[in-house]
Structures are given as structure tokens and as C-alpha cells.
Unconditional design. Sequence first.
Lengths: 117, 115
Amino acid sequence: AQKITQTQPGMFVQEKEAVTLDCTYDTSDPSYGLFWYKQPSSGEMIFLIYQGSYDQQNATEGRYSLNFQKARKSANLVISASQLGDSAMYFCAMREFYTGANSKLTFGKGITLSVRP
Amino acid sequence: GAGVSQSPSNKVTEKGKDVELRCDPISGHTALYWYRQSLGQGLEFLIYFQGNSAPDKSGLPSDRFSAERTGGSVSTLTIQRTQQEDSAVYLCASSQPGLGTSEQYFGPGTRLTVT
């Protein structure tokens, strides 16, 4: 079974509107972290936001927030007030702190977001 | 400060040749990772170095792949007898040790094309 699932096809959003990018995960590890990375066409991986499995509140970083629903094993990224520069691939990733002792990240296949002017 | 650097940025090689890819992590980062990203796909973990500990090689796809890290800093990923399916972008990342929440900082990658 895939550990990180990102099944949305290419997403489109109008500039200045909000968009939600879906991510579900699968783990039996009691302690884990969830990450979102942005990859523009230039190829670099840019860290956006982190959510720990024991965090009581949803993470927020500027225009990015994470809608963490632990029971449903989902960690959706919400981008508010979309900008043209948000057009990129977005990857959800997980680190398992006990079973994944090497702290590697397991990535989903990514979602392409296109922001329309 | 300087980020993670990788060289070369692009490499075209003939099938059967050996290639070496280099990664310079952020100074002070003792954890170093190699990932592979095939066209339109997510990142696939290859190998992990943490300080002087034995590396975790569990992600290496075959024995043609190897990596070393000299002096706890620079790392070299070597692919022997390259095959066309090795064509991908190879990304290196580094992070602070011991902090589970610490993000991994990625380099710009090396795009490998095997003809």
C-alpha cells in the first residue's frame, strides 16, 4: 500500500482564490511528521510547512496552512490568496519517527497546481 | 549561508558507462540523503548518511549504485554500467541531526540522461 497518496489530477485556481491540495497517508507508526514541498519548473524543492502527529493545532506558515485530520489520516495543504508564482508541483511527504529510524522522507507522486490570472 | 550544492547540473552519458554525482551539504548538517526523481514522479529514497554511523542503503535499486561520504561532508553517488532506466534527476538533501521535525534542504539536483 502506498504510504502517501496524492490522487488529484492537475489543479487549477484563479489568482487570489484559495485552493486545497489533498494528501492522505498510511502508517502504523505512533509518531510521525508530515511535510509539504513545492517544486517549481526550475526543479528545486522548497519546504513549505510541517505538521507533527502530536501537534494539537494545525500548522500555519503565512499563506499556507495544513488541514490535519489525524483520524482520517489526511494532511491537506491550503493555499490562501493564490499567486501566479504558486504554479508548481506540490509534494506531500512523511517521516516515521520509530519505524523510519533513518528519518528518510517518503513522498507522494505530487500534484500540479496552475494559477490562472 | 550557502545551500546544498550538486554537480554536475546535467550529465549525459552512454549506456554502460560509469558516472559520479557530487553533493556538498550545508555546513554543519550531519545528515545527508540521496533521492531519485523520475520524470513526473515523486522522490524515491536511495541512501542516508548520519555522521559516522553506517549508511542506510535500503533504497538503492541495485548493486550498480553506491555512495560514500568523505569526512562527514561531501558525498559522491556512483552509478556503474548505467542503464537507460537510470535516467532521472538525482537530488541530494541535508538536515540538522537529531531533530525529527527538521526539514531537509534540497540541492538543485543533477539531471542524468543515459543514451
